[in-house]
Design a protein around this ligand. Structure first.
Ligand SMILES: *[C@@H]1O[C@H](CO)[C@@H](O)[C@H](O)[C@H]1NC(C)=O
Ligand SMILES: *[C@@H]1O[C@H](CO)[C@@H](O)[C@H](O)[C@H]1NC(C)=O
Ligand SMILES: *[C@@H]1O[C@H](CO)[C@@H](O)[C@H](O)[C@H]1NC(C)=O
Ligand SMILES: *[C@@H]1O[C@H](CO)[C@@H](O)[C@H](O)[C@H]1NC(C)=O
Ligand SMILES: *[C@@H]1O[C@H](CO)[C@@H](O)[C@H](O)[C@H]1NC(C)=O
Length: 299
């Protein structure tokens, strides 16, 4: 191969590996997280959320939860791409905000947990201090926050730096060639929909909701709780994610592996529990943000 051909191949490969990757949970995952959250919002929070929804949502909170993925490749929003994930040191299986939360150029706080803090602060400072300077676009803040609390629960959104959270690990999902990150964003959920839920997302969401009220009800207080009464606490969620990534996502999924029934059936319960936790914690965060000590004046 000539040098230019090599370069071209390298570029094409880089392009193929990079572009389809690093979206958050797929559309279905984000929809599920927000739909679950909606059921746990207090009346005050639901009212505030509905006020902030853009016209295009048609009053459906869950409809906005993929918005940050839809815009991120648009020129004006390219900067927001680095807010969807956080990279951790290779093979260390732990996460530390100070060490890990930066973009690839080293700018601090530019990562998913930094973004969750940022957009929570924008919403709560505007609501609780009736800070009506309108320096923030609160509709955008709500859409970003709702999306990123979903993302931080996807184990490979807190993955190793070298493999870009599994994006460069090429595997087969049954017969289809894809990458490990995409398996966790979409393929496990898609296969579950087809195999167990008659391709109906509402039915999948309902069975997760049933597990929340039946199986996991005693865990909810722990899921929701932030230590020190903080409004938001994304760091423990990120720590859980990298730990699950090591135990379940990366395990038995080296480059070139074909993933099938064994992997699918053992990982699906992890995915469903993370969607549940994402929903419960999104609701708890919004409930804390929109406690009605002070309500924003409606313009
Ligand atoms: C915080 O939000 C603003 C407005 O969207 C954005 O410009 C900034 O980059 C965000 N910072 C972080 C750390 O998310
Ligand atoms: C707030 O953000 C949304 C979504 O980007 C946009 O449609 C809307 O025009 C913005 N509002 C203001 C006042 O800029
Ligand atoms: C609900 O919980 C049961 C028992 O733990 C589990 O087998 C099932 O996969 C769970 N379903 C969902 C949708 O979380
Ligand atoms: C919440 O977390 C704090 C500190 O981690 C702990 O002291 C408290 O007992 C927890 N509350 C619940 C309901 O789990
Ligand atoms: C958290 O809030 C509760 C109730 O408002 C209060 O009793 C408790 O002391 C607070 N804990 C901390 C660590 O601030």
């Amino acid at each position: 191969m000539g040098r230019s051909e090599l370069l071209w191949t390298g570029t094409a490969l880089g392009f193929l590996l990079f572009v389809p990757g690093i979206l958050g949970w797929g559309k279905e995952g984000h929809y599920a997280v927000c739909k679950i959250a909606e059921g746990y919002l207090t009346e005050d929070a639901l009212t505030a959320v509905k006020t902030l929804l853009p016209e295009s949502a048609g009053g459906d909170f869950a409809a906005i939860c993929s918005w940050p993925d839809e815009i991120r490749h648009n020129f004006h929003w390219r900067w927001s791409s680095a807010l969807h994930y956080v990279d951790t040191p290779d093979f260390s299986c732990n996460y530390k905000y100070c060490r890990d939360c930066h973009d690839s150029a080293g700018h601090k706080d530019i990562c998913v947990t930094g973004a969750i803090n940022n957009y929570t602060m924008q919403l709560s400072s505007s609501y609780q201090e009736a800070n009506l300077k309108l320096q923030y676009n609160l509709t955008e803040a709500l859409m970003f926050l709702s999306h990123f609390i979903g993302d931080v629960h996807q184990p490979l959104h807190v993955g190793f730096t070298e493999d870009k959270g599994g994006n460069t690990i090429i595997v087969r999902w049954y017969r289809r060639k894809t990458n490990l990150h995409h398996v966790w964003d979409d393929m496990i959920i898609d296969s579950a929909l087809k195999t167990f839920y008659g391709s109906d997302l509402e039915i999948m969401i309902q069975s997760i909701q049933r597990n929340i009220t039946d199986g996991w009800s005693t865990d909810l207080a722990l899921w929701e709780n932030c230590s020190d009464n903080d409004t938001v606490c994304p760091d423990p969620y990120a720590s859980e994610s990298i730990s699950l990534a090591c135990k379940f996502a990366y395990r038995n999924a080296t480059p070139g592996t074909t993933l099938g029934d064994d992997y699918f059936l053992s990982r699906l319960p992890i995915v469903e529990k993370r969607l549940a936790q994402g929903g419960i914690r999104l609701a708890a965060t919004l409930n804390r943000v929109f406690t009605s000590q002070m309500k924003i004046a409606q313009a």
